[in-house]
Design a protein around this ligand. Structure first.
Ligand SMILES: NC(=O)c1ccc[n+]([C@@H]2O[C@H](COP(=O)([O-])OP(=O)(O)OC[C@H]3O[C@@H](n4cnc5c(N)ncnc54)[C@H](O)[C@@H]3O)[C@@H](O)[C@H]2O)c1
Length: 242
């Protein structure tokens, strides 16, 4: 899927799914992929074509100066993947204010912080593709993930809203969400083995997703092959229905 010459930004791009997405966009022909992350350890061995940039999605000033420098240098951002995300799991009565606020700050407001700066630039340019990484948990709910589920439902609602907002005035800025099931990354290392076995047993394809399988879907949505797809949420979950 062609991404020839595109300028791409992936948040949380230093490791896990975000890093794999950055690699797919780059090998798909992107001119450059900026992998934004607040942890810089993963930047050292990023392949050529991917540039690590220290940006915390909860820091609007960092986002603004990053976007300004890209627009000054490249003139546009063609693809934005809002991937940065965290979990602070617990049954609802055990979720502290800090657990709630920090998950919302990164997963929900982080995407908002990015898009309120990048979206208007894409509108001015007349085209672009934004992909919010949601989760099946945001569509179906999950025990112990009140905060995470709410944030991931929120990024779907924001994608649908932005699909409408950014297609005004003749612009073709597409906005979609991808909802993976459980994916084999560091994020799920805190999930108890019993839960993983339960998920696997309920998944028709009988296993967790690999990051590449999420990245393939993101790459498709980012590319011109998805030119008439906007406002959608695509599950990458092996058929899991909770
Ligand atoms: N792993 C799964 O099972 C799974 C399933 C569905 C959805 N997701 C979603 O996919 C995305 C990536 O998950 P992952 O498994 O690769 O997680 P991960 O923890 O391996 O990687 C997340 C990356 O985001 C970065 N990050 C966190 N807070 C940030 C901030 N404030 N600013 C910038 N970067 C920040 C981290 O440093 C890290 O590099 C997340 O949004 C997650 O919710 C994951």
């Amino acid at each position: 899927m062609e991404l020839q010459g595109k300028v791409c930004v992936v948040t949380g791009g230093a490791r896990g799914i975000g890093r794999t997405i950055a690699q797919h966009l780059s090998s798909g022909g992107a001119e450059i992929v900026y992998a934004l992350d607040r942890e810089t350890a993963g930047f050292a061995d990023l392949p050529a074509g991917i540039q690590g940039v220290e940006v915390d999605v909860t820091a609007p000033d960092q986002i603004e100066s990053f976007v300004e420098s890209v627009i000054a240098d490249k003139g546009r951002i063609d693809v934005l993947v809002n991937n940065a995300g965290i979990t602070r799991d617990g049954l609802v009565h055990k979720i502290s204010d800090d657990d709630w606020d920090s998950v919302m700050a990164v997963n929900l407001k982080g995407a908002f912080n990015m898009v309120r700066v990048v979206g208007p630039k894409m509108m001015e340019h007349g085209s672009g593709s934004i992909i919010n990484i949601s989760s099946v948990v945001g569509l179906d709910g999950n025990i112990g993930q009140t905060n995470y589920a709410a944030s991931k439902a929120g990024v779907v609602a924001m994608a649908q809203t932005w699909a409408k907002e950014f297609s005004r005035k003749g612009a073709a800025v597409r906005v979609n969400a991808v909802a993976p099931g459980f994916v084999n990354t560091e994020m799920i290392q805190s999930v108890p083995e019993k839960v993983i076995q339960g998920i696997t047993a309920k998944t028709p394809l009988g296993r967790l997703a690999e990051p590449e399988e999420v990245a393939n879907t993101v790459q498709f949505l980012a590319s011109d092959a998805a030119s008439f797809i906007t406002g959608q949420v695509i599950r990458v979950d092996g058929g899991l229905v909770v």
